[in-house]
Design a protein around this ligand. Structure first.
Ligand code: PEP
Ligand code: MN
Length: 340
């Protein structure tokens, strides 16, 4: 249930409302936007009877009381009408500007990530991505450099100023990864790792939550809800392709979810055309289409020598192609009232 306060409500009235809810035995979640103050009631509110709801509705400084039947509340537009804008080292994600996270699938060695980071910087992309902990289909495949990889990412950040996005796969690594990363990525395979999501709810670093390759809209937003319910409001939703019968791509990039996510949720939406297609030849058109349908940013795998990439070579574009992609992103962003 959410309580929308009237415009110009006083702090004491907000507190009075919170106290009333607490007396009913519930915790609250406060969202104070520029224009609106909204109080969310946390927990199973079915025990709150209609007469109590009517009393709340009749309160002069309360605009409306809405029973939200959706399984997600904190992530929903009902709860926060304004777009959430996440600030990372001076970069705003979810604002007017389109953000581009670019870099290799895996951090392979120091020279590789430094060279790629320099090119990413020159291209005008805003963040550096790269995996140090890699979720691989076979245990025999390269599993990532672990903490050494995080150190290389940090060196690349120190030299270029690009903030770092990197994956965390295990609850035991959340503390370590958050020491290095500016944004922690949850990969597709871990979208429903609720223990991990709960840990990420406790930190204050932003989280890039990738959609499970099987996940419905409800499951995806439910996963994000776990992180927000834990107290971390800084979550980005990332569409990265889903499994379908289609056999010409690795995954089917479900761009139709982008405008739906923007309507259903206030969180920024990022699109990954690399994992979403598995094919470097179609990364560019899908990246541009993602901006056209309302995404707030992209995450793109790029490498100075894509053919030699240890992981996901087939979908990795060259840093030269990243440069030209950035030019086209700039063009299309402006067409849709955005900027880069
Ligand atoms: C990645 O970003 O390198 C990655 C492993 O992504 P996903 O979890 O979407 O497969
Ligand atoms: Mn990858």
């Amino acid at each position: 249930m959410i309580i929308v306060m009237k415009l110009g409500v006083e702090q004491s009235q907000v507190q009075e409302t919170i106290d009333r809810i607490k007396e009913l035995g519930f915790n609250t979640h406060l969202s104070q936007g520029q224009n609106r103050t909204i109080i969310g009631i946390v927990g199973d509110v079915s025990s709150i009877d209609e007469s109590e709801v009517e009393r709340l509705r009749a309160t002069p400084y309360i605009e409306e009381v809405v029973r939200v039947s959706k399984p997600y509340k904190l992530v929903s537009r009902d709860f926060n009408k304004e777009d959430t804008v996440i600030k990372v080292n001076g970069i705003e994600i979810g604002g007017k500007k389109i953000v581009v996270m670019a870099g290799p699938c895996s951090v392979e060695n120091k020279d590789q990530i430094l060279n790629i980071a320099r090119e990413v910087k020159k291209s005008g992309a805003t963040l550096l991505r790269g995996g140090a902990f890699k979720p691989r289909t076979s245990p025999k495949d390269f599993q990532g450099l672990g903490e050494e990889g995080l150190k290389f990412l940090l060196e690349a950040k120190e030299e270029t100023g690009l903030p770092i996005v990197t994956e965390v796969m295990d609850t035991r690594d959340v503390e370590l990864v958050s020491e290095y990363a500016d944004i922690l990525q949850v990969g597709t395979r871990n979208m429903q790792n609720y223990a991990l999501l709960k840990e990420l709810g406790k930190i204050d670093k932003p989280v890039l939550l990738k959609r499970g390759m099987w996940a419905t809209l409800k499951e995806f937003l439910g996963a994000a809800e776990y992180i927000l319910a834990g107290g971390n409001q800084n979550v980005m939703l990332c569409e990265r392709g889903i499994r379908t019968f289609s056999d010409f791509t690795r995954n089917t990039l479900d761009l139709s979810i982008v405008p739906v996510l923007k309507a259903e949720s206030h969180l920024p939406v990022i699109v990954d055309p690399s994992h979403g297609t598995g094919r470097r030849d179609i990364v560019k058109p899908m990246a541009l289409a993602a901006i056209a349908c309302g995404a707030d940013g992209l995450t793109v795998e790029a490498h100075t020598n894509p053919q030699k990439a240890i992981s996901d070579a087939d979908q990795t574009i060259s840093t030269a192609d990243l440069h030209s992609l950035m030019g086209e992103i700039k063009y299309i962003s402006r067409m849709f009232g955005r900027d880069i």
